[in-house]
Structures are given as C-alpha cells and as structure tokens.
Design a binder for this molecule. Structure first.
Ligand code: PLP
Length: 406
C-alpha cells in the first residue's frame, strides 16, 4: 500500500516541521561523521545509562545469589530495577522477568503458551519479526501447534474482522501473537482491541512490543495482554537484556533450567549491569517522552515531506501517515540501476540505513514484511529510523545525497 500526502498538506507539514525539527535539544551522537538512521535496528547507549551501569561493571560485582554483602547489594539493585520497570509499564514486579532480549522473551512466551497453556493453535501474521515467525514455524514443524496468519489490510494493518473470525472458528485453545509496532513499516496494532478480542474468545495474547516499549506509553494493567516482549537496546539501553511481562493471571514454566534466578523462571546468573541499564533507559525514556517524541516525529515528517516533494516517484510503505510509530519510515523507491545500489551507496556516503529488519540489512529484495503487504518486492525499500540524537540537518543532508545517488 502506498501512502500519499496531498500537496496542500505537504507545504504545511514542511513549514511546521522545518521549525520543529530545527530545535534539537539533544546532543548529536554522530560517530566518525556517520549519519545513523537505523535506530529500529539498535540505538546508541545513553551516557546516563552507561553511568548508571558502571558501578555494576566495576565495584558492585557481587553475584546476586550470594548471601553476603556484595551479593545483597546487587540483589537489591535488581529488585529496584524490577519495581521501576513494573511501575512504568503498569505491571506488578512479580509480572516482570528479565531475559537476554526480545528474541528470548518472544520464544519463551510462544513456546510456553503451547507447552504449558495447551494452546494448540497459533494466530499470528506474516509481518511479525523472525523471533516470532521462526518460533511459530518450529512448533508447527514439530506438530505441536497449527498456525494461522491473520489477513492483512492493504495498508499492512491486521484485519481485525478476520482476526475475530479466526478466533470465533477456533475449536482449540489459541495463542494470538501480534506485534505492537512493526519494525520495518512502523505500523501500530490497536493493542487494546486485539486484547479485547482475545479475551472475548478466551485466547492467550502475546505482543512483541520491542519497538514500542521505551517509545510509547503502555499501561499493562488496562491492556488485555497476557505476555509482552521488550528489549533494552531499542531505547538507548544496553544490548542483550530484555523483559518478558507475564500477567499474574497465567502461569508458565521456565524455558531455561538450572538455578532459581528470576523466581525459578529463568536460570543463570543475572546480567546485572544490563538490568540496571534497562531500567535506567526506560526511566529516561518515560521522563522525556513528552519532549522527545514530538521532536522525533518532526524528523520523520520532515523526511517524508522532503522526499515526497523532491522525488514524487517514492512511496511510503505501510500506514506512514496514519497509525504508525514516529521512529520508523519505510520508503519504496522505483527499481532502477541506480536505486538497486542505493543502500550500498548510502553506506559509502556514511549514511546508515537498512532495507528492513537488522537481520536483512545490507541485503535488498528480501523483506518478508514488504512482500507480505505488497505481494512482491518490486521496489527498493529503504528503512529510515530516527532517534533523539538525529537532527534536521542530517535529514537535509540525506535528501541531498539521495538527489545525487538517484
Ligand atoms: N522483535 C522486534 C520487533 C525487533 O525489532 C527485534 C529486534 O530487531 C526483536 C524482536 C529482537 O530483539 P532482540 O534483538 O533484543 O533479540
């Protein structure tokens, strides 16, 4: 689906955003003169997050399971981090489990729904991240669950009517796994409605919220989601740490066996510095949301406007002008000899973008998400994704470069 902006709106957006996007109050984070517009793949660690983590990489090195003072210090720090994350997400501390990232969280949620909650059918979508799709395929290949893919609307959103039909027709226990925001297009799921539908038909609902936790306020006490995945490195926290929220209404068993960490749910010595960093990054993101989100949105709109004005041949994948996360813009360029080399040439110009998810960066033509929405990959897709460290000047430079490269 191609999102187009009427011309009269373009000039308005352009004027509004030129003013808004010009005000970068956040220190630019350009490294080696590179322009980094791949923030959906990962983000730069916030220096304040590093500062909070440092003691746990140096002086506070106790094993949280040790009963002596060093151990007790780190145990207390982990439990405080859990309380803070829970309060921000509207959950109880007992519903928050620290993991090694979004992939582990989603694997745990999906596998345990099938194994422990007897879900024999999984409803998901073809636009999910591979952390979900490959887990679901694995269970299907082992004959442990049937899989159904909810129909997509032309703009890439889940067809809620079809989701309801699939739920109504399901004869066995069902798991619904749908992401909150798509990492390639930015399309946002109406998580409240999806949750209501799942509740109505007695299905377990898991949502991959890796692109929204830290970028979008969530109140899990009011959302009918049973399990939710998050990842620290998508919001200026460290890599290799994530959260799995598991509602107290359901009980799942551990995926990793060994010690009794994470209340017997996830064995293995905790990534203490990572956990502290996750909580600090989420606290900062929450404190600064009202200031940062309009700024980042203005950068996205500025790029959309400039691209639409300068290159009428481009399209925006998904629902870029509608229910879409402000950090991501997926652009379709017509395939020509020059655009086929676009990612490579942008990289040569020190502009870091991607063709889709991190695992497909660099390889063009392979996005399963764009293929699922458009039916083919007949365009060259470039995903631009923004953070508080980007500036309007960077966006202008990228547009100029694109002019030279196209
Ligand atoms: N889900 C989505 C939507 C993502 O964007 C990513 C990261 O690319 C993941 C899951 C995987 O998260 P992690 O890198 O923390 O394993």
């Amino acid at each position: 689906m191609v999102s187009t902006i009427p011309f009269f709106m373009l000039s308005f957006l352009y004027k509004f955003n030129s003013a808004e996007a010009g005000k970068n109050e956040f220190k630019s984070y350009t490294v080696m003169n590179r322009i980094y517009l791949d923030n959906a793949a990962t983000t730069a660690l916030d220096p304040l997050v590093l500062e909070a983590m440092m003691p746990f990489l140096t002086t506070h090195y106790g094993n949280p399971s040790s009963v002596h003072g060093y151990g007790r210090d780190t145990r207390i720090a982990i439990e405080n981090a859990r309380k803070s994350v829970a309060a921000i997400l509207g959950a109880k501390p007992s519903e928050i489990f620290f993991t090694a990232g979004g992939t582990e969280s989603s694997n745990t949620a999906i596998i345990s729904a099938v194994r422990d909650l007897r879900c024999k059918r999984i409803i998901t979508s073809l636009t999910e991240h591979h952390a979900t799709l490959h887990t679901v395929e694995y269970l299907h290949e082992r004959g442990e669950a049937e899989v159904q893919y909810a129909r997509l609307l032309p703009d890439g959103h889940i067809d809620m009517t079809n989701l309801e039909t699939l739920l109504r027709e399901s004869k066995s226990e069902c798991l619904v796994s749908l992401m909150h925001a798509n990492n390639e297009t930015g399309n946002m799921l109406d998580i409240e409605t999806a949750g209501e539908l799942c509740k109505l038909y007695g299905a377990i609902f898991h949502s991959d919220a890796v692109q929204t936790v830290g970028h979008f306020p969530l109140n899990l006490s009011k959302t009918k989601v049973d399990m939710l995945s998050a990842s620290g490195h998508k919001f200026h926290g460290p890599k290799g740490v994530g959260v799995l929220y598991v509602s107290e209404q359901i009980k799942i068993k551990p995926l990793i066996h060994g010690g009794s960490q994470e209340r017997n749910m996830r064995a293995g010595t905790e990534n203490v510095a990572g956990i502290i960093g996750f909580a600090k990054a989420l606290e900062l993101a929450t404190e600064n949301y009202d200031k940062e989100s309009p700024y980042i949105r203005s950068l996205k709109l500025h790029l959309m406007t400039r691209l639409a004005l300068q290159f009428p041949c481009v399209c925006f994948n998904g629902d870029a002008c509608g229910s879409s996360l402000y950090t991501v813009l997926s652009v379709g360029f017509p395939k020509t000899e020059k655009t086929e080399m676009l990612l490579f040439n942008l990289d040569m110009s020190n502009i870091c973008v991607s063709s889709g998810s991190a695992c497909t960066s660099g390889a063009n033509g392979g996005s399963h998400v764009i293929k699922a929405i458009r039916g083919n990959n007949d365009r060259v897709t470039v995903r631009f994704s923004f953070s508080k460290y980007n500036t309007k000047e960077e966006i202008d430079y990228v547009v100029e470069k694109l002019g030279e490269l196209m």
